[in-house]
Ligand binder design. Structure first.
Ligand SMILES: [Zn+2]
Length: 475
């Protein structure tokens, strides 16, 4: 059922893809090596670069995106992914633990008109409906300004265009006019529907966002629709953790290095780049590193519920003891490392305060040895490294962006983030580089030297959580 719906949505939404994004215009990532892959770097680097198998990474990405599909926090698909990761790590010889945690209730629902189900984003302030949903005629209500609501809105569904005034003003007026539900359609072409943010307000009726094209279709066809929204409660997500013990010493004396990647996705998106790519690479690094002794302890942590506000990584860090925090040296987080979007030629190293911390130093050292000049140090949160940073641990996120603009691929967080938009050469380039950096850092003793002085404050600001979060006053 899930796959049917996703296929349906993809076919529905493909109509809205701007011309420039059609598959034929996509080039694959170009990587120019000074030498053949795996031939540069130290003998230790070669343990990583020569064994790094991009085909295995692609297998992981295929399984996550094509076999499982969207992996939304709290769903069966997210759990299925966690089980897959656990199986792989056990095959590599690790003892694996799974850490469950509660996540907030969420709204789930549908908009059906005639024979068709429309792709929606539910407003976080939306009311739930009963199982039968809210049935009504679609009544066009302009921009939701005063005087835009005809009498027929009473008891029916107001269809309002986005723009000019905040979402809440539109919804509030629709409620006052007696609307039983509100649909807000976008005022610009986009790949996904808008999420009508109501700030802190709570609507008395269901409120959903749809694309411009779908809004115009509903307008033309002048139909009835059913909106059904229910609250999904008692949700759990999970982190999956494999620990590589340090050689020849009691593990509570060794420093800890974390290699992390989130495996959940946003709704409707198969999340190939975001973040099956990072998950696949970290799995491959766990496989490669298993036989090699290191002075430091390495923890491979696969994080759930990143997309709903870094919930999994913050839970993981909150469960570390004071002793573990003190031993924690660095977090290498991988989130979106394989896009084939042509302009994303650089591998950004996002650090919350932009400081050249140990992760940056280690990565830029590896880049120099490997003859790779694609790294850019950048001040940015918006992924799981934030949680480690807040605990005073040197942390960075590795992510592909366009140099200069720092732009992400245009299909970020859309149904079009699929495996055909992954570049094998970029996966390989990033995986070899980050792997060489982690191995170099973990191989040697490094007793507390050079650790940055992170601000250790809880980081706030929407952009730090999610690249596409909207402000409360959004319109
Ligand atoms: Zn991500």
């Amino acid at each position: 059922m899930k796959k049917g719906l996703v296929a349906f949505l993809a076919s529905l939404m493909v109509l809205t893809v701007p011309m420039g994004l059609s598959g034929s215009s996509l080039g694959s990532g170009q990587t120019v090596y000074a030498e053949a892959p795996g031939e540069s770097g130290s003998a230790f680097d070669k343990r990583i670069t020569q064994r790094f198998d991009t085909d295995l990474v692609m297998d992981h990405i295929y399984y996550l995106t094509e076999e499982i599909g969207p992996r939304v926090a709290g769903t069966e698909e997210e759990k299925e992914t966690a089980a897959y990761i656990q199986d792989q790590l056990e095959e590599y010889g690790y003892d694996v633990s799974t850490q469950e945690f509660d996540i907030a209730n969420r709204l789930s629902g549908t908009l059906i008109s005639g024979e068709d189900e429309f792709a929606i984003r539910i407003s976080p302030g939306s009311a739930s409906t009963g199982e039968e949903g809210v049935l009504g005629e679609i009544v066009y209500s302009g921009l939701g300004l005063e005087g835009d609501f005809p009498a027929e809105v009473d008891g029916n569904i107001a269809l309002i265009q986005r723009g000019e005034i905040p979402f809440w003003d539109k919804v509030n007026r629709a409620q006052e006019a007696g609307a039983a539900g509100v649909i807000i359609f976008d005022n610009a072409e986009a790949l996904v529907p808008p999420t009508p943010s109501l700030g802190a307000n709570q609507a008395d009726v269901p409120v959903v966002g749809i694309t411009k094209a779908d809004g115009e279709r509903l307008l033309e066809e002048n139909m009835t629709a059913v909106i059904t929204i229910s609250e999904v409660t008692d949700q759990v997500s999970q982190n999956v953790i494999a620990v590589k013990e340090p050689k020849g010493k009691k593990s509570d004396d060794a420093e800890i290095v974390y290699a992390t990647a989130h495996y959940d996705s946003v709704p409707y998106s198969p999340g190939a780049s975001d973040n099956a790519s990072g998950t696949g690479v970290v799995l491959e690094l766990a496989r490669i590193m298993a036989p090699y002794p290191t002075e430091k302890e390495i923890r491979f942590v696969f994080v759930g519920a990143e997309e709903i506000g870094l919930v999994g990584s913050r839970y993981y860090v909150s469960q570390l003891s004071e002793g573990e925090i003190a031993r924690s040296a660095a977090n290498f987080n991988l989130d979106m490392v394989g896009t084939n979007w042509e302009p994303a030629t650089s591998l950004y190293v996002n650090v919350v305060d932009g400081a050249p911390n140990q992760v940056w130093q280690s990565a830029s050292g590896a880049a120099e040895r490997l003859g790779n000049d694609s790294l850019i140090l950048f001040e940015r949160g918006a992924s799981d490294h934030v949680a480690f940073y807040e605990a005073g641990i040197d942390a960075a996120n590795f992510i592909r962006r366009e140099p200069g603009t720092a732009a992400l691929e245009p299909w970020y967080h859309t149904p079009f983030d699929t495996i055909d938009k992954i570049s094998e050469s970029r996966l390989q380039e990033g995986g070899q580089l980050i792997g060489a950096a982690i191995y170099d850092f973990a191989r040697k003793e490094h007793p507390g030297k050079g650790k940055s002085e992170n601000r250790r404050a809880t980081v706030s600001g929407a952009y730090l959580l999610n690249e596409d979060q909207t402000a409360p006053e959004a319109r």
